[in-house]
Design a protein around this ligand. Sequence first.
Ligand SMILES: [Zn+2]
Ligand SMILES: [Zn+2]
Length: 248
Amino acid sequence: MHWSPAILYALVAAIANIIGGLFISAKPMLNPKVLKYLIASGAGFMLAAVFLNIIPASLKITNNNSEALMLVLAGYLLIQFCEHTIVAHFHFGEETHSHLLSRSSAFTAAGGLAIHTFFDGISIAAGFAVDVKLGLLIFIAMIIHKLPEGFTVASIMLAAGQSRKTAFLASVFIGFVTLIGTLSILFFKQAAHFALPLSAGVTLYVAASDLIPEVNNGSERTVIPLVVFGGVILYYITEALLDFLIIS
Ligand SMILES: [Zn+2]
Ligand SMILES: [Zn+2]
C-alpha cells in the first residue's frame, strides 16, 4: 500500500466529526442556525455530487449499468436498515427528545451512524481511486455534513443521560470509523469497484432521507429550505474550480 491523499482527507473529515462533537460536549455554543445551514447546504451539495459525478463514475468503472445501479439501491437500503430499522429513534441535528432515549437506544443509534460514517470513509477512498477530482468532490461533500454529524451523535448521548465525556468520545468514535472506512479501501483496492456505487446509494440516503427531512421540519417559514439550492450552486462552483485547478 502506498501513501494516498485519501488518508489525509479522511483524517480531516474525522476531525470535523470530533469538532462537531466538541461543540455540544464541551459547552453548547454552536448557534443552531449555523447547524441548519450546514445541514441544508450539505444536502444540496451531496445530491448534486451523487447524480452528476458519483453515479456516472460508477457506471463507467463497472461496465455493467444494471449491476452498478443495483449497488446504488443496496447502499440506500443499507442505511435505511442500519440507521432506522434496527435503531428506534434517529434523526440529524440536536437530539432534544430526551424522554424518548434510553441508554441502549442511544448506543444503537451511534452504532447505526457509525456504519454510515464507515461509508463516508469508503466514499473518499473510492473517489480518489477513480481520480483526484472525484476524490476531492466527495471529500467536500463529506466535510460539510461531518460537523453536524459529530454534533448529532454527541447530542444523542447527552439526551440519553450520558456524561459530556461519553458524548465527546462518541464523536471521536464515528470519526475514527471514517478513517477505518478509507483504510479498508486502500487495503482492498479491488473493492473500490463495488464500493463507489454502494457509497453513492449511502450518500443519496444521507442527503435525501437524513438531511432533507431535518431541513424541512421547521414550523415557521425560513430561508433554510432555499439553502439546499445554495448547496447545489456551491457544487457547480467547486466543480468548475477543480476543473480549472486540475487542468491548469
Ligand atoms: Zn429526537
Ligand atoms: Zn456522514
